[in-house]
Design a protein around this ligand. Structure first.
Ligand SMILES: [Zn+2]
Length: 276
């Protein structure tokens, strides 16, 4: 990875209903660096869009990542639903490879009122199946469970880092807005961001900063964590100090902006980062 790429989550709003080709062109014209393809309602994309995204991903200046379906719970009470979740993650990984993506992310599980240790073991078993299947298929795409925004969802930074240490193909997708929301407003200062980076470097090695996948957005939250995404202007997300820490660690990889105004806040992130 040669630089920090700023990606929109989904096609820019300016695309309207003109489709992938037009949307990718708009990203280039805006001088943005890539796209996280949102397979949140299912891993489906027609062939001509696949080809358009693949061509876009092959440009050395742009990067593509994928977000897996929301309907994933590797800790469901029903084995059938766990199996379907595993399939959805593998499908996302295979589609990701097909369209030239370098990393996929997803929300891995809910606690379902079980102890975090038990849930960890359950998630671990599924991850083992996923990594084995991808290994056998020769698919080396990064598998990145995301840090989640609600206390009911498995996926603290500590849990995701721990899982990442156990699998060669697994690394975190660090959603800083989620971590901030989950902890009811904490994790939003320069010192707190620095501590997270320090922790990741210590646990996973500094090379993780050459190959990073992050989400940043404005966010609304309450006692139960994440409510919904906001634009930066209407939120308290301290993206400026966060980007200062990115700069300090010379982070390379993907920063995906999930604000509802899509390209506007992505541009704000990139411009601020370049001004540092
Ligand atoms: Zn997500």
């Amino acid at each position: 990875m040669n630089k920090l790429h700023f990606l929109t989550a989904g096609l820019p709003l300016q695309t309207e209903n003109k489709g992938y080709k037009a949307g990718l062109e708009i990203l280039k014209n805006l001088n943005l660096d890539g796209l996280e393809v949102e397979f949140v309602h299912g891993v489906k994309m027609n062939e001509s869009n696949q080809n358009a995204v693949k061509a876009f991903s092959q440009d050395e200046n742009t990067l593509v990542t994928c977000h897996g379906p929301y309907y994933i719970n590797l800790n469901s009470d029903e084995q059938e639903k766990i199996d379907a979740s595993i399939t959805r993650i593998i499908d996302t990984a295979n589609m990701g490879k097909q369209i030239g993506a370098y990393s996929i992310t997803f929300h891995a599980a809910f606690y379902m009122k079980k102890s975090p240790d038990d849930v960890y073991q359950t998630v671990y078993k599924s991850m083992e199946k996923i990594c084995t299947a991808l290994d056998e298929a020769g698919n080396k795409i990064w598998i990145r469970p995301e840090t989640t925004g609600k206390g009911t969802q498995w996926g603290t930074l500590e849990e995701i880092v721990k899982l990442s240490k156990e699998f060669i193909q697994v690394l975190p997708c660090v959603d800083f807005a989620h971590i901030h929301a989950r902890n009811n407003g904490l994790n939003n200062t320069y010192d707190e961001f620095s501590k997270m980076f320090e922790f990741m470097g210590k646990e996973l090695g500094d090379d993780i900063f050459n190959n990073f996948h992050a989400h940043i957005a404005g966010i609304e939250y309450g006692l139960k964590g994440e409510k919904n995404h906001l634009i930066f202007e209407e939120s308290d997300m301290n993206y400026k100090d966060l980007l200062k820490v990115f700069k300090e660690y010379n982070v390379k990889g993907a920063v995906v902006c999930e604000s509802p105004n899509i390209e506007t806040d992505t541009k704000i992130l990139k411009d601020y980062y370049l001004s540092l």
